[in-house]
Design a binder for this molecule. Structure first.
Ligand code: NOJ
Length: 765
């Protein structure tokens, strides 16, 4: 009886408040935020300390909803917590039936009836899978990337979800780190633009709409700088790199209105990110004024014990909340200890209020207080999941993500008829691997394979031979570590088939589950026996088109030297095979550019285009060894950042600056002519880089500052414009602020970070 009364009181109070606010609003014009804040406060006032702490607690889905109610063990404890209003959010629950059942408990059985938020790793699609984020980044196509995120949001929302743990905006320079597949590569400018596009795609214009979900910028911060590329490893990054490289996409995410952040597993300069006040309170909630909430990473509060930063789970809770981690994902640290910590005076209750307020506010923004079942409509779910428009969308995205790395004998595009084409490689006939890592709601065997895609082109004679597997063992289990195979028994059949072919297409690389979380590698070559297979087939038929499937840059120097055509096709998702076939046959002219440098060998890693010059960048005397280099390998990469070919060719000319210097209020207009000199219509990403020649803190040899995508018909020329102003040259200076410093600069314009035209300019304050 008491509970029922309280529930109705809350609802009434909210309704009254929202009605009366309308009146007040018209008189004193309260902002939308003010109204929301007052609604949040009205709920907060009714809550006990335990209930507020409950909002800070997030549990993984723990119970098969259609089975019996959990009676013992951890699941029973979680169930009790849920009924007692001690859970604010759940992750990994999916499907309208399950979401509704759990929401019903939160809304109808808890004292205050506060709805849950349901989160899920919708990293590159929910059921209809788009390319891995690194591949999408290779498109440099912000409009398409935004659409792709919007597709993921619409599909995910239709199954009851309201929050994705994406985008991952970690700038990554080390291809050994398995999670490079989940980000946008190595550049903070491109990474920031893509972060914004993806956030806008997920969150849309209106969070209460039933096709939008909350985005989450993660992992704050420094996670990708794990020493030696080993996941979860120690991170030690100086302030200049942190501010100029690591932070920009996070800051851009805040400015784009992202409503949640996730902190990270790593320690940063001695302090775990989850317990890092500097990161969360000073930078994120202080300097950047972020008013959404921060969720910990999975168990990362508790992991501060293993880091050697907390003596037990209780102290870990104290450190995390004081440092600004608002929601505890699966450590059960807050729900177990925060109340006691408040009583002991170790945690200010105002901090709990602040964290709960942030979470409640986001729940209001989602419209959950007005309709907790907004996302729970089975008919809509059925009509939405996997719908044709999503497949069309992810196919478009996939085509645009492909990068042509080499096309020397013009083997590509393939002729559409009269050809004997032999297709080799286990990955060519794989319908699971193209889904890539992080696609936990997609079913195995649901991607279009390359074999299927190529079969659509019926006027050639197509033969498929496996040649060799990539890995051994089960391939269907998401969490299994993949062991490379040593079995070469299929080689002979492949070699025999290749002998008589006009063209051999070999699909080689990493299985989709060889990159991703916990999947760091020390070898960046083709896994298993694939390199050997490639070399043996090459001996009998050098007309090879190598199609790479991979979640990270690979080191393939032999292939680069010998194989005439190489296509970077990543893990492209559900429509992978169609996208690859359409590119191979020239129905889509490849336009992607690498978002991450490809090394010659793993010893060069971390390797990135925006490196610092050092004091000894070149050999000063003949044969000198005393300059910054390797004695057994070049410094340059195999394929640089921003690189990617087309079936047509582009020529850059007439780089012009309207003036040679500018001041704080002024700007420089830069123009360049780009001409399509080849015979196909093509798309080019025209890139602008600058170099700050000397500064109060040393600057990189080049930094991306703008890009434009243009489509040119054969023989067509377009003039591309860029503007350089104070913002373009700002960086985190020795004064510990972002500002522009006077001095000399160089700019570079071209189709990659290497092949460019250049000019000089000055900034005078
Ligand atoms: C751990 C990962 O680091 C994070 O990115 C992910 O969102 C959570 N697990 C939840 O699955």
């Amino acid at each position: 009886m008491r509970i029922v009364k309280t529930v109705s009181f809350v609802i009434t109070s909210i309704i009254v408040l929202s009605c009366s606010n309308k009146i007040i609003q018209s008189k004193v014009s309260f902002s939308k935020d003010n109204v929301l804040d007052r609604r949040v406060d009205s709920v907060l006032k009714l809550m006990t300390l335990d209930e507020k702490i409950g909002q800070l607690n997030q549990y993984n889905g723990f119970w098969e909803i259609t089975g019996p109610t959990p009676k013992e063990g951890q699941a029973a404890k979680k169930y009790e917590d849920l009924k007692n209003g001690l859970v604010g959010s759940m992750l990994n629950v999916k499907g309208v039936i399950d979401v509704r059942a759990l929401q019903k408990i939160a809304v109808e059985e808890t004292r205050l009836g506060i709805p849950l938020i349901f989160g899920f790793d919708v990293i590159h699609g929910y059921k209809t899978i788009s390319p891995i984020p690194l591949a999408e980044a290779a498109s440099w196509d912000l409009v398409e990337i935004k659409k792709s995120a919007a597709i993921a949001a619409e599909e995910a929302a239709s199954v009851g979800l309201n929050w994705t743990f994406a985008p991952m905006v970690d700038i990554a320079r080390d291809a050994r780190w398995g999670r490079v597949m989940e980000g946008s590569g190595e550049d903070p400018y491109l990474g920031s633009q893509i972060a914004v596009a993806r956030i806008q795609g997920f969150q849309g214009e209106d969070l209460t709409a039933k096709n939008t979900i909350l985005a989450c910028a993660k992992h704050f911060a420094g996670y990708a700088f794990a020493e030696s590329g080993r996941d979860y490893n120690t991170v030690d990054v100086g302030e200049s790199t942190l501010q100029n490289i690591v932070f920009p996409p996070f800051k851009a995410s805040v400015d784009a209105g992202v409503r949640t952040f996730m902190n990270s597993f790593n320690e940063l300069n001695g302090i775990p990110a989850t317990g890092n006040k500097y990161l969360q309170r000073q930078i994120l909630k202080g300097d950047w004024n972020f008013d959404g909430f921060v969720v910990s990473d999975w168990g990362s509060i508790n992991e501060m014990i293993a880091h050697g930063y907390a003596k037990d789970n209780k102290q870990a809770a104290e450190i995390a909340i004081n440092a600004g981690s608002d929601m505890d994902m699966e450590s059960s640290a807050y729900v177990a200890h925060l109340a006691e910590l408040v009583k002991e005076g170790k945690v200010e209750e105002s901090l709990i209020d602040d964290a709960a307020r942030r979470i409640l506010k986001v729940k209001f923004e989602l419209g959950l207080f007005d309709n907790p079942y907004l996302y729970c409509d089975e008919n809509y779910e059925k009509a939405t999941v996997g719908k044709k428009a999503f497949h069309d969308g992810v196919l478009e995205m996939a085509k645009k993500s492909i990068v042509l790395l080499k096309n020397e004998k013009q083997l590509l595009p393939l002729k559409k008829s009269g050809q004997k084409v032999v297709l080799i490689g286990a990955l060519a006939n794989d319908k699971t691997s193209p889904l890539g890592s992080w696609r936990i709601a997609a079913d195995d065997e649901t991607a279009v394979s390359v074999l299927e895609g190529m079969k659509e082109y019926k006027n050639n004679q197509l033969t498929y031979v496996k040649g060799a597997n990539v890995t051994e063992g089960r391939t269907e289990f998401v969490w299994e570590t993949k062991i490379n195979t040593t079995d070469k028994s299929g080689f002979q059949e492949a070699i025999k088939a290749a002998k008589g072919a006009d063209v051999v297409v070999m699909v080689l690389g990493e299985h989709g589950l060889q990159s991703g979380e916990g999947r760091s590698r020390t070898d960046l070559g083709l896994p298993g026996v694939q390199q050997e297979l490639l070399e043996q087939v090459y001996k009998v038929n050098p007309n090879i088109v190598l199609v790479l499937n991979n979640g990270r840059p690979l080191a393939i120097p032999w292939a680069d030297e010998n194989i005439p055509s190489i296509v970077e096709a990543w893990h492209l998702g559900t429509q992978s095979g169609n996208a690859i076939a359409q590119v191979l046959y020239g129905d889509y002219n490849p336009s992607g550019k690498l978002p991450m440098t490809f090394p010659r060998n793993v010893g060069q890693v971390p390797i990135y285009y925006n490196y610092k010059n050092t004091g000894r960048p070149v050999m000063n005397e003949p044969e000198s060894v005393f300059w910054s280099h390797y004695s057994d390998e070049k410094n340059t990469p195999l394929y640089p950042f921003g690189y990617g070919l087309s079936y047509t060719q582009f020529e850059y000319s007439n780089l012009e600056l309207n003036q040679k210097s500018f001041s704080a209020e002024g700007s420089i207009e830069v123009t360049v002519n780009v001409k399509n000199t080849g015979k196909y219509t093509g798309k080019e990403v025209v890139q602008l880089y600058i170099r700050d020649i000397f500064a109060s803190v040393t600057r990189p040899v080049k930094e991306l500052k703008g890009f434009e995508m243009i489509v040119l018909q054969p023989n067509e020329t377009k003039k591309v414009h860029f503007t350089i102003n104070k913002k373009t040259i700002e960086f985190y200076t020795a004064n510990s602020i972002w500002e522009a410093e006077e001095g000399d600069f160089k700019l570079f314009v071209g189709g990659s970070s290497v092949k460019t035209m250049d000019a000089d300019f000055q900034y005078v304050k």
